[in-house]
Design a protein around this ligand. Sequence first.
Ligand SMILES: O=C[C@H](O)[C@H](O)[C@H](O)COP(=O)(O)O
Length: 262
Amino acid sequence: MALAYDPLFISSSAMDVASPPPMILTQDELKRIAAYKAVEFVESGMVLGLGTGSTAKHAVDRIGELLRQGKLENIVGIPTSKKTQEQALSLGIPLSDLDAHPVIDLSIDGADEVDPYLNLVKGRGGSLLREKMIEGASKKFVVIVDESKMVKHIGGSKLALPVEIVPFCWKFTAEKLRNLLEGYGCEANLRLGEKEKPFVTDNGNYIVDMYLEEDMGDLGVVSDSILRLPGVVEHGMFLDMASTVIIAGEHGVKIKNKHTST
Ligand SMILES: O=C[C@H](O)[C@H](O)[C@H](O)COP(=O)(O)O
């Protein structure tokens, strides 16, 4: 589908009575619109954090396309997962890592939730640890979402808040997490992968998915308490990390910047 974007519909010509009815953009098309908009921030010579997931995939594709067309040059990509690494390699994007490039110019990635203060939930694809390391080392972090990801408060979608834990005695750690957040109506489930076996992250760890009924209030306090639990590696709340969030929705594209909104 062409990327020409009409706020509500891709409309058929008024003269063409035989045309099919106007088509509402799919969620994937909205993701692609947000991703292409973010890639407008990319300049030749940049070191780029390459995100993971179905939205970030569009951004990586676009970067590959612009490199191939010679419209971008001298890009170095730092992939946030093995999957993105494979995709970037297949597109011929030169890759490196945080050891060689401890400061990244720009990262572009999707998110599972975005609250009004641009705090995020990430990691429903299991890549939260590498994402947090790479995006935390970025001068600018642009988040790309379709409007379904916007929530009033973190946990508000009632979908998972992922926590990466070490496999050793995972039940013990999952129980500690459940107890820690039980005041917010918390459930904590080990994420399962193929054949009902535990899902294993790129770092060889497990994920516990937390489901919350209530607003957790002070996220900084909750974050610190989770990270203090032995056995926890990292959680999927990305607090105060996003510089910009690009939201594609039925009524057009909105860009929200940290501390200001446009
Ligand atoms: O671990 C996965 C990442 O945090 C993704 O960026 C996040 O889950 C959003 O993915 P998607 O763009 O597929 O909704």
